[in-house]
Design a protein around this ligand. Structure first.
Ligand code: NAP
Length: 293
């Protein structure tokens, strides 16, 4: 069997077109332009490139977007003041603080300072709590993107055995909660594996849908996958550079052999990655729409 490729890039493009259209309606009917501020502290090259990509997408969608570049020695009180400035700015509907922050700043304190109604990354405990109980919430972008990929690829989650490898707060735990909900695009039976899981392959081999977010290249090999499973590879691991100096990226799944067994699989790059920024834009649009009502 050769798996169907779930092309996140194409699904993301489809969702972005919908966002643009809804943003145009919001502008013409309510004179509201979705506003997003991205706050970057320091000069971490990976963070700079993530923030650039977010800003570029926001511009393409016609959003009002602000990039705040703060020096690496910015103090915690100064960063809190900056967050507060945007908490009360009516032109800004979404605030994103790019992680990781420098060691001298308490990340939790900064994330908790963001107004939950502007927390478009979905990391504030108010939004996490709402997500867990199934109330309307900003969902964290990567897991939200994974759910949308499954829905838009026609993958049935209802009653499916979903096995997740990884229990981080940004991927593993939220995707488990999202797919567990009593709701359309969810209703799955969910198992979460981590480094203390015994006999992990016994779990992964039961999965109708296997979601891997371990941060380890080839953490999942073909012998760990049930024939016909849908495999979502969240991992992004740099394994070298091309002669031109471009990063060579692989996921957490041993792609070639697993794609001979799975019924569908997400590639790396071009799978989950493009969905993450798109869901950030969707959350920002929804924040702007809520501000209108
Ligand atoms: P993380 O915080 O490092 O968490 C990794 C999780 O995987 C942990 O829960 C860890 O278990 C578990 N784990 C690690 N090795 C394992 C193994 N051999 N067997 C079973 N479980 C194992 O990572 P993360 O932030 O969730 O990210 C995971 C991957 O996704 C990374 O490659 C990251 O770059 C990528 N990512 C991609 C996107 C995107 O937009 N495409 C977004 C976010 C993350 P313990 O809890 O027991 O340590």
């Amino acid at each position: 069997m050769t798996a169907k490729l779930i092309k996140g890039k194409e699904i993301a493009a489809e969702i972005r077109a919908e966002i643009k259209q809804q943003a145009d309606v919001l502008k013409s009917e309510k004179s509201i332009t979705p506003g997003l501020v991205t706050i970057l502290v320091g000069e971490n090259p990976a963070s700079q490139s993530y923030v650039r990509a977010k800003q570029k997408t926001a511009h393409e969608l016609g959003f009002h977007s602000i990039q705040e570049n703060q020096p690496a020695d910015t103090t915690e009180p100064d960063l809190l003041k900056l967050v507060e400035k945007y908490n009360i700015d009516p032109a800004i509907h979404g605030i994103l603080v790019q992680l990781p922050l420098p060691k001298h700043i308490n990340e939790t304190k900064i994330l908790y300072a963001i107004d939950p109604d502007k927390d478009v990354d979905g990391f504030h405990p108010v939004n996490v709590g709402r997500m867990v109980i199934g109330a309307p919430a900003y969902l964290p972008c990567t897991p939200y993107g994974i759910q949308q990929m499954l829905i838009r690829s026609g993958v049935q989650t209802e009653g499916a055995e979903v096995v997740i490898v990884g229990r981080s707060n940004i991927v593993g735990k939220p995707i488990a909660n999202i797919l567990l909900q009593k709701a359309a695009g969810a209703n799955a039976t969910v198992t979460v594996c981590h480094t203390r899981t015994k006999n992990m392959a016994d779990h992964t081999r039961r999965a109708d849908i296997l979601i891997v977010a371990a941060g380890i290249p080839k953490a999942v090999t073909a012998d760990m996958v049930k024939p016909g499973a849908v495999v979502v590879d969240v991992g992004v691991n740099e394994v070298g550079r091309t002669a031109e100096g471009k990063r060579i990226l692989v996921g957490d799944v041993d792609f070639e052999p697993v794609s001979q067994i799975a019924s569908a699989i997400t590639p790396v790059p071009g799978g989950v990655g493009p969905m993450t920024i798109t869901m950030l834009m969707l959350n920002t649009l929804q924040a702007a729409q809520r501000s209108a009502s």
